[in-house]
Design a protein around this ligand. Sequence first.
Ligand code: NAP
Length: 672
Amino acid sequence: MKTISLLNFARDEWFGASGGLAEVHSAVTGELVATTGSDGLDFKAMLDHARTVGGPALRAMTFHERAWMLKDLANAIMARKEELYELNYATGATRNDGWIDIEGGAGTLFSFSSKGRRELPNQRLLIDGQMEPLSKGGTFVGQHVWTSLQGVAVHINAFNFPVWGMLEKLGPTLLAGVPAIVKPASSTGYLAEHCVRIMIEANILPAGALQLIMGSTGDLLDHLTLQDVVSFTGSAQTAMKLQSHPVMTRESVRFIAERDSLNASILGPDAAPGTPEFDLFIKEVVREMTVKAGQKCTAIRRAMAPAEHMDAVEQAMKERLSKVRIGDPREEGVNMGALASQAQLKAVRDSVAELSKSARIVSGDPNISPVAGNGAFMSPILLRSDDPWGSPEIHDVEAFGPVSTIMPYRDLADAVALANRGMGSLALSLFTFDPKVAEEFVLGAGAYHGRMMIVDRTSAKESTGHGSPLPVLVHGGPGRAGGGEEMGGIRGVTHYMQRTALQGSPALLSSIVKQWLPGAAKPESEIHPFRKRISELEVGYTLRTASRVVTLEDIEHFAHFTGDNFYAHMDEEAAKANPIFDGRVAHGYLILSFAAGLFVDPAPGPVIANTGLENLRFQTPLYPGDSMRVELTVKSKSVRDEEKGEVRWAVYVFNQKDEVVATYDLLTMNRP
Ligand code: NAP
């Protein structure tokens, strides 16, 4: 393999370091793969460029435009994924490991793209929660909103997933409208650099949206401000060093940390040998030890089993581990490659030596390389401690490699306490078929773990696995795990935005948030709104219908027709005995149906379909002889593509006394 001179990407140009180059070696052969460095970069100018060029360009785009951009980026990566797989082998990773990194990374961008288009408005501002009435007369209200930060997201990433680790942060950052400066870990940075190259060459991003540092971050942190975010993944030591930088505290720079974690997996008390859950537990622990050679922040480091099953667990794990084939990750049939570097191999050996103070190795030898040559290979190491409360190392030392320790627990309370002894983790798994065990575990351990996967025979086949962070779920954990939170769908986007509580009149706030708010004007429609395309519909535009009387015959007809003969509609005495009704009342569903009958304009036109109702509330009963009318208001609208979009209508049903009978949001699919 030809040695690559890695370049930085600063101020929209590729830049070679002026000196101080570090060498990066193949994890498999030890040969020189790349040289890397960032000497000569003007870090302050990079920040300025992101703030003055990248930020404004991204903030001028709507969430949907940014979401389409993410999809284009993901497609560009997928189109050239084989180039990344080729480089991936040198990190010691198998094709399977690479799939998690490369296609998992692109998949995360696809997921954020799709969430952005489905769950965010085609606007630049995001509403948070419902409007809060603040005054008796309704002229002064409150509404929380999110707006994009006006600074830079500095992403400092770990070595283990150079592509996914970058893209899982870039997705929410770019969707939020914030430019990023990425600093990959040096030992596997060549993969991240190539992925950035693919994205830049695809010419999808606006200028200044993405920059890359291939070495030290120099004085970058000195120039951060309140509008910037540092999103760090790596060791606790580095996190603490960065977090205690004086500028971070002085400027209240947001700091998201994903650190190490002593993740636990627990064999439930009901999951004896011979149960499906026992076999699933063994399989999962061994899988977590060997995927990516155990270099996963979420990997299972502590495996706990009822004391009486410890021997069976040890035996079953040893048997499974004996089938693991370690070797050159390019070779067919190899299911575990090398650690990322010689330095990593040494660090893991040192950690195993620490762990050995309180646990004995029952499988594998950390000091004998299972593969000849200069690669950073290590066999999976299974340790056993029979005195977990007298063995502090097993709960404190993270061996970031194919290493796990099995330990017994006495009862469920003891298992919960041991799991929590890790002092905060990213992921926990529990193998049980007993819902009571699961409930007790969640209540006892939830506060200590960012994600909990409870597996049984019904979910195992489709389970995404203990170690897989997912774009739609939060990734992060309390305490030792860093106290950060990433992804989690749109939650992850708001980490790069500011929440502000707006106060003012409903009309004013409506015009800012581009959504009709209760109390804002409802201009009367001249043309029926069902005759208008989305582009022609004004927010607030309102149809006021004629009224109709609801008779007892209507109620009885509806009851017989639908089979809904509930006593409140059909039995005068029983209805009267009910604490809220004075007699028989119209069905809620009848009111909804009559409401549609009042506001629908039947001829084919821009409305394609009714896609649902939300926030439905029946507020005042409608009695036989009462009349009802409807106000249908355009609440918000969103174009999805050239064919369709969504209109959200605020529907109010009133009786003859102008009391609100029902309110709801009606959703329709419309032509743009
Ligand atoms: P690390 O040594 O802390 O490095 C992490 C990143 O910080 C690298 O990009 C590194 O760059 C950079 N860095 C180091 N010192 C710095 C400084 N003074 N200023 C600015 N940047 C600095 O961690 P690692 O060995 O790469 O990663 C392994 C650890 O990460 C494990 O403990 C693992 O549990 C944790 N991890 C956590 C997660 C998670 O999501 N929670 C995910 C993956 C890994 P250089 O490489 O150039 O030194």
